[in-house]
Design a protein around this ligand. Structure first.
Ligand code: ATP
Length: 333
C-alpha cells in the first residue's frame, strides 16, 4: 500500500517548488516583457465628456483607458468601469441632476467620488523596466486589477504612458512561459482553498441591473453570478457590463432586468468559464494559457454554484502562498 503521507508531501513539495520557480521568473522579468511586440494604446483627455468616453470605449472594444491631463501634460490616472459605477451611484443619490451628468467631463470624476463619499482611487503606476514581481505586489496591495506603465521621456523629461498591464496579461505570461513550472501545481482548488466559498453574492435574471451594481459596490466585487431558483449558474454580470447599459445616457434603463442587459453583450463575448473544486491549479493555468478568462465560477456536478475564483485570488496564491506566515490575504502583501 502506498504511503499517502509521503505521497502528499511529495505533491506539496513539488507545488512549493513550482511556485518558487514562478516567483523567481517574475523577479527577473519586467513589465515591459509582458507587452506584445506591437500594441495600440488609447489615451483619453480629461476634457472629454464622460458620455463620449463611453462611446469611445465601446467602439474600440476596450473597458479602460489611461487619462491624460493636457493642461498639465501629465498622466491623470486610469479610467475603469469603477468610475462608471461611481457615476451610476451619483445618479442614484441625485436623480434630478441627470442634465449635469450629461455634461460631466472626465476631469469631474474626482468631484463625483467626493459627492458620493467614496475614497478616491490611488493614482498608481509602475515603471515598465521594474521587475514584474514588484508590479504584481503593487497590484495585490492596492487591489488594482490593472496598472498603467509610466516612463519618463528622455527628451522632454515628461511622463509618458507606455501601456497598461492587467492581472490577466500577467497570468497569461506566466502560463505561456512557465509550462514546466505550472505542471508542478498539482493540488486541487479544494486542497489549496483557492477562491471564495462563503457569503457569495448572486442575482437572478429578472433582478434589475441596479441591484447587481449595488451588490458590487457594497461587497467590493466585480462580478455577480446569475443563478436560477436552484442555484444553477446561468451567467455572470460583470462590472464592465455596466458600460453598454449607460452609453445612451438613459439611466432609467438601469431598472431593466439583468437578462435584458446581458442580451446587449458583444457578439464575440467569449462566455463564462467554470471549474470544479477538484480541478487542479495546473489545469486552471491551461485554461488561462488558451482562453481570455476573467474569472472562474466554481460549480458542482449539477452546475450549481459553489464558489468564485477571481484572477486576484490566483495571483495572490501564486505570489504569497507559503510566505509571511502563510497569510494569503491582501493585508499580508
Ligand atoms: P477581476 O475579477 O475583475 O479581475 P478581482 O480579481 O479583484 O477583479 P473580484 O471579482 O472583484 O476580483 O473579487 C474580489 C474577491 O471577492 C475575490 O477574493 C473573489 O473570490 C471574491 N468574489 C468575487 N465575486 C464574488 C461574489 N459574487 N460573491 C462573493 N465574493 C466574490
Amino acid at each position: 500500500m502506498p504511503n499517502t503521507n509521503y505521497m502528499m508531501s511529495l505533491v506539496d513539495r513539488e507545488q512549493m517548488q513550482g511556485l518558487e520557480n514562478i516567483r523567481e521568473f517574475l523577479k527577473i522579468r519586467t513589465s515591459y516583457d509582458v507587452l506584445p511586440l506591437s500594441f495600440r494604446l488609447i489615451v483619453l483627455d480629461t476634457d472629454l465628456l464622460i458620455r463620449k468616453s463611453l462611446a469611445i470605449l465601446i467602439q474600440n472594444g476596450i473597458v479602460s483607458a489611461p487619462l491624460w491631463d493636457s493642461h498639465k501634460s501629465a498622466f491623470a490616472g486610469l479610467l475603469t468601469s469603477t468610475d462608471y459605477i461611481n457615476v451610476v451611484q451619483y445618479y442614484c443619490q441625485y436623480p434630478d441632476r441627470l442634465g449635469d451628468i450629461d455634461q460631466f467631463r472626465l476631469s469631474g470624476l474626482r468631484e463625483i467620488e467626493k459627492a458620493i463619499g467614496v475614497q478616491p482611487l490611488e493614482t498608481i503606476s509602475v515603471h515598465p523596466m521594474k521587475p514584474l514581481y514588484e508590479a504584481c505586489r503593487t497590484m495585490l496591495k492596492t487591489r488594482a486589477r490593472r496598472i498603467p506603465l509610466v516612463d519618463v521621456d528622455d527628451e522632454t523629461g515628461r511622463e509618458m504612458v507606455v501601456s497598461v498591464i492587467t492581472q490577466y496579461r500577467i497570468l497569461k505570461f506566466i502560463a505561456v512561459n512557465n509550462e514546466h513550472n505550472t505542471v508542478m501545481l498539482k493540488k486541487s482548488v479544494r486542497e489549496i482553498g483557492l477562491g471564495t466559498y462563503t457569503n457569495l453574492q448572486t442575482a437572478g435574471m429578472g433582478d434589475s441591473v441596479l441591484s447587481a451594481i449595488h451588490l458590487m459596490v457594497e461587497h467590493n466585487i466585480s462580478a455577480v453570478p446569475i443563478v436560477d431558483a436552484n442555484n444553477h449558474v446561468l451567467n455572470v454580470f460583470e462590472a464592465v457590463d455596466v458600460i453598454p447599459c449607460i452609453k445612451g445616457g438613459v439611466y432609467e434603463e438601469l431598472q431593466s432586468s439583468i437578462g435584458e442587459a446581458l442580451s446587449k453583450r458583444a457578439e464575440d463575448f467569449p462566455g463564462i468559464y467554470t471549474c470544479s473544486e477538484d480541478d487542479r491549479l495546473d489545469s486552471i493555468f491551461d485554461t488561462v494559457r488558451k482562453s481570455r478568462v476573467h474569472r472562474l465560477i466554481v460549480i458542482d456536478d449539477d452546475s450549481r454554484l459553489r464558489g468564485m475564483i477571481s484572477l486576484s485570488d490566483i495571483l495572490m496564491y501564486v505570489l504569497l502562498y507559503g510566505e509571511e506566515n502563510d497569510a494569503v490575504s491582501p493585508d499580508a502583501v
